[in-house]
Design a protein around this ligand. Structure first.
Ligand code: CA
Length: 227
């Protein structure tokens, strides 16, 4: 599990990094908004702890760019003021949770763990979309080009994982553990068969193709024009 902490106050930043590392996470630290912005757009993280008040590129801008790029990395923002306006703004921009400074580290750790468990679930949406593929998360239905696609429950879970982590190459072992809740290291054929079935349903009759095989690595889902 890899986290990014974006925080310009060096004492807080060091304290957060130290604590999160001791809790077993890998931690990257960005001490400026510009660095943070660059890292969230280029590196895959499981969670971002984002300070709002940064001297150069503020946390809101970073959050906005991230969501506009279709990335749903869970984000916990840190705000110095407990203003309703700030909280609403953060949640509207797609943050998943917030903490008001000063906070106890134990509190932050608890929030981080909760968000991790929940995965990259955007709180304010029950729909995911890539090109003309739409997932209705509440009803667990998929549509492509406006037509309903019948998927089994596992196929839907597999597609949801691929869509949530679009653009990332997902190794078979990760897909196995996330979708089947099992370790298929020795039998990744299960994944290949499931992907083939899913492709037949969502890609065979449509353009552009969304599911891609990355030889020797795994699978990714990506619309070519959204790269
Ligand atoms: Ca700050």
């Amino acid at each position: 599990m890899k986290l990014l902490v974006v925080e310009d106050e060096s004492k807080t930043a060091d304290y957060l990094r130290q604590g999160l590392m001791e809790a077993g996470f890998k931690v990257d630290l960005a001490r400026t908004g510009l660095d943070g912005h660059h890292l969230v757009m280029t590196e895959p993280y499981d969670l971002i702890v984002l300070d709002v008040m940064l001297p150069d590129v503020d946390g809101w801008r970073i959050m906005q760019s991230l969501r506009e790029a279709g990335k749903h990395t869970p984000t916990l923002f840190l705000t110095a003021r407990d203003s309703v306006e700030d909280r609403v703004k953060g949640l509207e921009l797609g943050a998943d949770d917030y903490l008001v400074k000063p906070f106890a580290f134990a509190e932050l750790l608890a929030r981080v763990r909760t968000l991790m468990r929940r995965g990259s679930t955007p709180m304010l949406t029950d729909r995911l979309q890539v090109a003309d593929l739409v997932l209705d998360l509440a009803r667990r239905r998929a549509m492509r080009a406006g037509a309903r696609i019948n998927l089994t429950s596992k196929e839907f879970s597999l597609l949801e994982l691929l869509v949530r982590r679009q653009g990332e190459v997902l190794p078979r072992s990760l897909i196995a553990s996330q979708v089947w809740d099992m370790n298929f290291e020795s039998d990744t054929n299960v994944i290949d068969v499931a992907i083939r079935r899913l492709r037949a349903k969502i890609d065979d009759d449509f353009e552009p193709k969304l599911i891609h095989t990355v030889r020797g690595m795994g699978y990714s889902l990506e619309a070519p024009d959204e790269v």
